[in-house]
Every structure is written in structure tokens, then in C-alpha cells.
Unconditional design. Structure first.
Length: 149
């Protein structure tokens, strides 16, 4: 679940005025889930953050070893990795299509999806089992190496 907390009443009123989501999100199940998360979710959240940190480190270490020209920095707060593939795939017009067809990996490209100047960038979701990420990285590396041969 997701939420927004706006402490400033004026700003909160503006948000409610300009969105239709405020009243739609209030239901007994989501209220109970929020309460449980705040009262009993710290241990789970702490474990999840630690696990995600490990996933990010796996991606960083793997690219550093296997495709060292990849530009990637571990972000401060997200489960999404923003990766610059230009050093290896800068001439590929549609990197998500290349990855789907050549690596069997579905991912999102930066072009026109997030910002206008993101050609050659991809976004990887790292909120998944580490073995799945390792397999995806292996496929990505193999597809890039096979392309360069």
C-alpha cells in the first residue's frame, strides 16, 4: 500500500481539492493494514530494507565485474535501480525490446517513459528474490556480450 501524509492543513486541503483519491482510499481493510504496519511492521521493514540493500549490492558488484562500463549508483531510497546502458547499448533504439527478445528479461526503458533525456537508461525493479535478480543479470550480460561478438 501507499500513502501520503500532509501535515500542513492548507496543503492537505489543496491536495484533497485537486485529487479524487482521498475518499476512495478509505476502506476498512486498508485502515487495518495501515494500523498493523505502523504498530507491528518495523521488524519486517528493517528486514526488507536489509534484503533490498543486498539486491542493490548484487547488481552493483555484478555489473562492476561483468560489464564495468555500466554506470550505476545505489540510490538512497527506492527499490528501483536506474542504470545507464549507453556504454554497451547506446546505439540500440529500443532497449526494453532488445532485452525482452534477446535476454528474456522484461524491464522499463527511460525514453519518454520517465524523462525526455533518458535514452539508453533502464529501470530495474529489485523488490524480488535475489535468485530472480541473479538470473536476470546473467541473461542481460549474456545478451550484451552476444551482441558485441
Amino acid at each position: 500500500f501507499a500513502e501520503i501524509i500532509i501535515r500542513n492543513k492548507t496543503m492537505r486541503d489543496l491536495y484533497v481539492q485537486y485529487t479524487n483519491t482521498y475518499a476512495m482510499n478509505l476502506n476498512p481493510l486498508s485502515i487495518a493494514a495501515h494500523q498493523a504496519a505502523y504498530e507491528k511492521g518495523y521488524e519486517w521493514m528493517d528486514q526488507m530494507k536489509t534484503y533490498l540493500d543486498g539486491n542493490f549490492q548484487l547488481v552493483k558488484d555484478t555489473f562492476a565485474k561483468e560489464l564495468p562500463k555500466i554506470v550505476f549508483q545505489i540510490p538512497d531510497a527506492t527499490y528501483l535501480a536506474w542504470i545507464d546502458m549507453n556504454p554497451y547499448l547506446g546505439d540500440v533504439e529500443n532497449i526494453p525490446s532488445f532485452m525482452a527478445n534477446e535476454a528474456g528479461v522484461l524491464l522499463e526503458g527511460g525514453d519518454a517513459l520517465f524523462v525526455d533525456n533518458a535514452k539508453g537508461f533502464v529501470r530495474l525493479n529489485l523488490a524480488m528474490p535475489r535468485a530472480t535478480i541473479a538470473e536476470g543479470l546473467s541473461r542481460i550480460i549474456k545478451a550484451i556480450r552476444n551482441r558485441k561478438q
